[in-house]
Design a protein around this ligand. Sequence first.
Ligand code: TMP
Length: 215
Amino acid sequence: MAALFITFEGIEGTGKSTQITRLEAWLRSRGRSVRVTREPGGSRIGAELRRMLLSLENNDICPRAELFLYLADRAQHVEQVVRPALAAGEIVLCDRFADSTVAYQSAGRGLEEETLDALNAQAVNGQWPDLTILLDLAPEVGLTRALSRNRAEGKTVAEGRFEAESLAFHARVRQGYLRLAERFPRRIRLVDASGSIEEIAEAVRDIVEARLDAG
Ligand code: TMP
């Protein structure tokens, strides 16, 4: 069966990991072999980069240094995890990928989008997603959800750097994502993430099923 590379994108609190878990179970129930991964942190080296990137201790990181760490994580992840899994015929479900860099580092931090496009191209080295699910939600709702999840998981200090950003930052990131969806209408599919977990899961399944049927 054909391999497929599916990425999930969206601001904090849109339910990406919940939806990935749901989709994984559905795909497995249909006999597909699935590899779930994420950025940053999908490889061993990436896990070290993730800790550096998300720690509140590193609030003094400058936008360009932050950018290069995400790109390093991506380059390693593509070569060590994504490409081998696809070569083995697996469906790869990845929590965040190159679109996150454009949304966060360009729309959010103000780095130039064209430069990021070129650097992303280097990092992905030809391995663009076949399909991207963009979970769209108002940042007021997403941030409230993300902060209460982090509190429940006791994650406030270790991984809170982006949740600590202002509402205005997340509103810019969301707009960045919506612009990407307009730029890449065939690859990026927008899903309203304000509904119930089940409603969103159904919408995601419909999109993936249509893609699998199309071959
Ligand atoms: P998450 O795994 O909890 O979503 O956290 C990852 C954070 O990293 C999230 O706030 C978005 C941010 N990020 C970027 O700023 N640029 C990137 O390229 C990626 C992959 C993530």
